[in-house]
Each structure stands twice: as C-alpha cells, then as structure tokens.
Design a protein around this ligand. Structure first.
Ligand SMILES: [Zn+2]
Length: 103
C-alpha cells in the first residue's frame, strides 16, 4: 500500500472515531434511517473532548486509532464537529414533512 493511501485511510479512521465520540457525547446525532451523522443542536465540543478522553482512558476500541494521542483526538473532534455542525440528512426533511402533513 502506498504511503499516501495509508495516510488517507488513517485520516478516515480518525474521522470515523471522532464522529463516534461526538455521537457518544450527544454533540452529533445519527439519522435514524441511514446512520449519517447529523447536528444534534448541542454544539458542546468541550463535552465531546471529555467523552473522548474518557474513552481513551478506558481503551475503548472505537477510539483505538488515536492510541494515547489525546491532542490528535481533540483536534479531530474539533474539525468533525465544525464540519458537521449544521449537517442534516434528507430523511429529516421527510420526517418533518410527514409530521406537518395535514391530510
Ligand atoms: Zn438519512
């Protein structure tokens, strides 16, 4: 495997782990239909850092990609939360439409 490919896979794995942390901290949610990460309307990135640090401390396999690198974890959580802060899924619109339908 090439160095670049390995680096991209590593970054993708870190991004996944950061999303797991944010979801565990209820900073992000997941679409009920397809599991896409979406904004939970909370925006408390500090809470996500706390949850991530606790997961690293208890060696949670979902954050194994960070090893003991807490700085890397917080940096990745920060960027993921910023990226997905206003993320929605098309299914949300479907839910709202279904709820507001008056026929
Ligand atoms: Zn969806």
């Amino acid at each position: 495997m090439s160095y670049v490919k390995r680096l991209l896979e590593q970054q993708e794995a870190e991004r996944h782990a950061a999303i797991e942390i944010a979801v565990a901290a209820n900073v992000l949610a997941r679409c009920e239909v397809d599991d896409d990460p979406i904004d939970a309307g909370v925006n408390d990135v500090e809470e996500a850092y706390k949850v991530g640090n606790a997961m690293i401390s208890r060696e949670d396999p979902r954050v194994a990609v960070f090893g003991k690198d807490r700085r890397k974890m917080t940096d990745t959580v920060k960027s993921v939360v910023e990226e997905l802060r206003y993320a929605t899924c098309s299914h949300e619109a479907d839910f709202e439409r279904a709820m507001s339908r008056d026929d």
